[in-house]
Design a binder for this molecule. Structure first.
Ligand code: SAH
Length: 233
């Protein structure tokens, strides 16, 4: 049996590459993310009443990793990258059909030019195709008593320390987005490093919007080393 699905919209987010994107929604609430609906879904009728909901489920395609297929067993970062669980016991991106599911806050709906949803805390790559939107219904879907296997709470956070040079660099750009400094704090606090790496000498780079953020991690502290603006094309 084969079925086909069609994207109903495309995500616009500061996350230009997978590295650095929080591993679940809401861990970096400062990221300004929007979902622009595509024709023929970009008509006000399709979202009538949705503004009354504070949160929505997004079903989307892990389009950036689809080509890499899937494996029955995966190594979740929460298990230190060592232990394996079944793909269906994980939220891994490499899965049959490559479908993702995120619960995100709906901040507003813009009907000026087509339909754009403003979202908060989405863990989505820029350009992600969205397949469906559904309102979140807490009385059915919120289950505070639920067991959650190896994911027994939020991941440990790093403290984030800015080197003076990095702070000065960011302040030097008159057009740096106002949310950028907070987003850097939120993203680095999540410890974006791959689970098996712990080398204080190592310098990492994360791309947020058109900025590259260089950082290192010493113990439980992330150090913001340098911020460079990438040329926009
Ligand atoms: N909340 C979702 C996503 C969890 S995985 C779910 O449970 O299904 C989160 C990771 O997906 C992020 O860290 C990011 O690296 C990755 N990701 C986000 N958008 C993606 C895309 N379009 N293609 C591939 N990977 C993506």
């Amino acid at each position: 049996m084969e079925y086909s699905v069609t994207p109903i919209g495309i995500i616009h987010s500061p996350y230009q590459e997978k590295f650095g994107i929080p591993r679940q929604p809401d861990l970096a609430p400062s990221a300004p993310v929007s979902l622009r609906l595509l024709p023929p879904f970009n008509q006000p009728d399709c979202v009538r009443g949705l503004e009354a909901f504070s949160h929505v489920w997004l079903t989307f395609l892990f389009h950036d990793t689809l080509a890499r297929g899937w494996q029955p067993l995966v190594r979740p970062p929460r298990l230190g990258g060592n232990s394996k669980v079944g793909v269906f016991a994980s939220r891994a991106t490499h899965r049959p059909n490559g479908l993702g599911l995120s619960l995100v806050a709906l901040q507003g709906i813009d009907l000026q030019d087509g339909v754009t949803l403003h979202l908060r805390g989405a863990d989505l790559l820029d350009g992600t195709p969205v397949l469906d939107i559904k309102p979140y219904i807490p009385f059915v879907e919120a289950k505070p008593e639920a067991r959650s296997g190896f994911v027994d709470g939020p991941p440990p956070r790093l403290t984030v320390q800015w080197q003076q040079q990095a702070r000065a660099q960011l302040q030097g750009w008159p057009h740096a987005p106002v949310w950028l400094a907070t987003l850097i704090d939120e993203v680095l606090a999540q410890d974006p490093r791959p689970a098996y790496q712990d080398d204080p000498e190592r310098r990492y780079g994360i791309r947020l919007a058109d900025f590259n953020i260089a950082f290192s991690v010493t113990g439980t502290q992330a150090n913001v080393l340098e911020i460079t603006q990438l040329t926009q094309n």
